[in-house]
Structures are given as structure tokens and as C-alpha cells.
Design a protein around this ligand. Structure first.
Ligand code: SF4
Ligand code: SF4
Length: 116
């Protein structure tokens, strides 16, 4: 069961876009040693890893699909959905997320369920 307060699982279009890349966020308030990881990511010689910057921090984006993403005639689905997906997957999409085309408007947000 998707626990995200920002989408009703029934509204998911099974497009799979949320499983085709991963992101890690870094705040500019993090200490210099941690932020040096971002500098190292920029050095990697790959088009599959991108570093984005905004006024608050950095997003390191891995343009690599999850190995558990599967596709059939009904669309995309998660091969480990019933077993145990990572909690971050259960709670996707997050507040402020723009990639999911089916996220409900903030005014329709359901109360968040407590973490298990
Ligand atoms: S991006 Fe949104 S609509 Fe597409 S599979 Fe993910 S949750 Fe569903
Ligand atoms: S574990 Fe499942 S829900 Fe999470 S990214 Fe992979 S395919 Fe998507």
C-alpha cells in the first residue's frame, strides 16, 4: 500500500517514471565535508549522473532505472511491491515533487499515516 499523503494509489497511471531515476538531495547548510561528495559526483565521467543546483541545495540524479521496475501490457509495476519496497518508494510522491503527473493538489492532501 502506498503511504504517500500526496497521491491516491488509484490515481497512479503506472507510467513508471518515478522508478526510472533516483535522486539524492544535499542542503547547502550541510558541512563542507559532506558537500564535497557533490563535487566528487560532478567529476564522474558519465552522462547517467547529473548534478542540479538551486538556491537551497543540490540534487544528484542517477538516470538509471530500478532493477525491480517491470513492464507489461498493463504498464509499469514494481516486482517487489508486495514483499517490501523501500519506505521512500511507499511514500512517493513527496511534498513538492513535480515528476509525478498524477499528484493531487496540495488542497487535496490526505493526512499522513504514521511510519510503521
Ligand atoms: S510517476 Fe506517478 S503516475 Fe507514474 S508510476 Fe509513479 S506514482 Fe504512478
Ligand atoms: S523498488 Fe519498486 S517502487 Fe521502488 S524504485 Fe524500484 S520498482 Fe520503483
Amino acid at each position: 500500500m502506498n503511504q504517500s499523503p500526496f497521491i491516491d494509489p488509484d490515481d497512479c497511471a503506472s507510467c513508471g517514471e518515478c522508478c526510472k531515476s533516483f535522486r539524492i538531495g544535499y542542503s547547502k547548510k550541510h558541512d563542507k565535508a559532506l558537500l564535497s561528495e557533490v563535487e566528487r559526483f560532478k567529476l564522474l565521467d558519465s552522462d547517467l549522473i547529473k548534478v542540479h543546483e538551486d538556491k537551497n541545495g543540490y540534487w544528484v540524479e542517477f538516470l538509471i532505472a530500478c532493477k525491480h521496475l517491470k513492464k507489461d501490457e498493463k504498464g509499469c509495476s514494481c516486482a517487489i511491491y508486495a514483499q517490501k519496497r523501500p519506505e521512500l518508494c511507499e511514500r512517493y510522491p513527496y511534498a513538492g515533487t513535480v515528476e509525478c503527473p498524477h499528484m493531487k493538489k496540495q488542497s487535496q492532501v490526505r493526512p499522513a499515516k504514521p511510519a510503521i
